[in-house]
Design a protein around this ligand. Structure first.
Ligand code: 3HC
Length: 303
């Protein structure tokens, strides 16, 4: 069954080479997923060669781990390793027909990376942004062809979470939307088409949950109490574990964006920014298992 609002899949464009802008952890997760599921060349770029080289090494390391776990065979490992390359030269994106960014969640940064790469692309190439709460339409305002831009919002952990929000702006071309839906299908993800509104659908709901959890802590309830209270609702992880998984900086940014858009409906938390600077809420053992609340984090919220 065709998802609500999806155009005819027959108008989707072929995706034969993928460009990824940004060489951080999220970008590496995208590269791994595109490589495994689409089996087409993937080129990754960033500002400096060292970051690019590190990302390629990280992706190859992840592929080797998949081989060790028996999830891919030796032939597939060799084939996929040969498909990943890194570059600092945007001209190497010339034959990419799908380019996705995973750079810092700031409007000007996202606008700039697309603006820089667009002159090298064919007129048919699709640009996809993984923004979690910026306006996709605004990201496209510096483009010559804003109709080629679509939101393609993944969830953490990218390899596991089954959903992608495909975000349509008033300009997004139907063929571009169909290509995004087809790409999500190739990645074996469920795609929903959302309007270009703050937080789309998922982060709008998440910002409520995490914002209220943070508000409870800011007004004197301990972290553990909130997490215990939320547990019976059957979430796969507690509110503050989820906040750490999302990333405290990203979480704070998501809350700020929602508060700016709907000041009466969403809470923003200065403590969350302080926690983001500190870097953690939980103390963990060497294997990443939670031991308890980090002492400094508790001090930050108790003032
Ligand atoms: N990377 C890759 N694979 C991972 C992983 C990771 N970080 N974490 C877990 N996995 C894999 C495991 O390897 C395992 O795979 P297998 O079955 O093939 O061995 C599978 O996932 C299940 O893992 P576990 O049994 O260790 O753990 P759980 O059953 O507890 O599941 C979880 C872990 C999937 C992370 C689950 O706790 C969960 O769904 N949590 C909620 C996550 C969520 O809500 N994410 C959305 C955040 S919002 C967001 O990202 C949007 C952004 O814009 C803010």
């Amino acid at each position: 069954k065709r998802p609500a609002g999806a155009p005819d899949p027959a108008i989707a464009r072929p995706v034969t080479k993928i460009g990824i802008i940004g060489a951080g952890l999220m970008a590496s997760q995208f590269a791994l997923l595109f490589l495994r599921r689409m089996q087409v060349p993937v080129v990754i770029t960033d500002l400096d060669q060292q970051r690019v080289d590190q990302a390629v090494e990280r992706i190859k390391g992840e592929l080797a781990e998949l081989r060790e776990k028996g999830k891919i065979n030796p032939d597939e490992l060799n084939r996929l390793e040969a498909l990943i390359t890194g570059t600092v030269n945007k001209a190497d994106f010339a034959d990419c027909d799908w380019v996705i960014e995973a750079v810092f969640e700031e409007l000007e940064v996202k606008q700039a990376v697309f603006e820089q790469v667009e002159p090298f692309l064919s007129p048919e190439a699709v640009l996809a942004t993984n923004t979690s709460s910026l306006s996709v339409e605004q990201i496209g305002t510096k483009l010559k062809h804003p109709e080629r831009l679509v939101g393609f919002h993944f969830f953490n952990p990218v390899a596991v979470m089954p959903l992608i929000e495909v975000v349509k702006t008033p300009q997004t071309d139907d063929a571009v939307l169909a290509t995004a839906m087809a790409a999500a299908k190739s990645l074996k993800k469920t795609a929903v088409i959302t309007a270009d509104t703050p937080g789309f659908v998922v982060n709008r709901l998440l910002a409520k949950l995490l914002g209220e959890a943070m508000h409870a802590v800011d007004t004197g309830t301990p972290f553990e109490t909130v997490d215990e209270a939320v547990a019976p609702f059957g979430l796969p992880m507690t509110a503050f574990e989820l906040l750490e998984l999302v990333g405290l900086k990203v979480g704070a940014h998501v809350l700020d964006t929602h508060h700016a858009a709907f000041p009466d409906r969403f809470y923003e938390s200065e403590n969350l920014h302080r926690l983001a600077e500190h870097g953690r809420i939980f103390e963990r053992d060497s294997k990443g298992r939670i031991k308890g609340i980090d002492k400094a984090a508790r001090k930050i919220v108790s003032g």
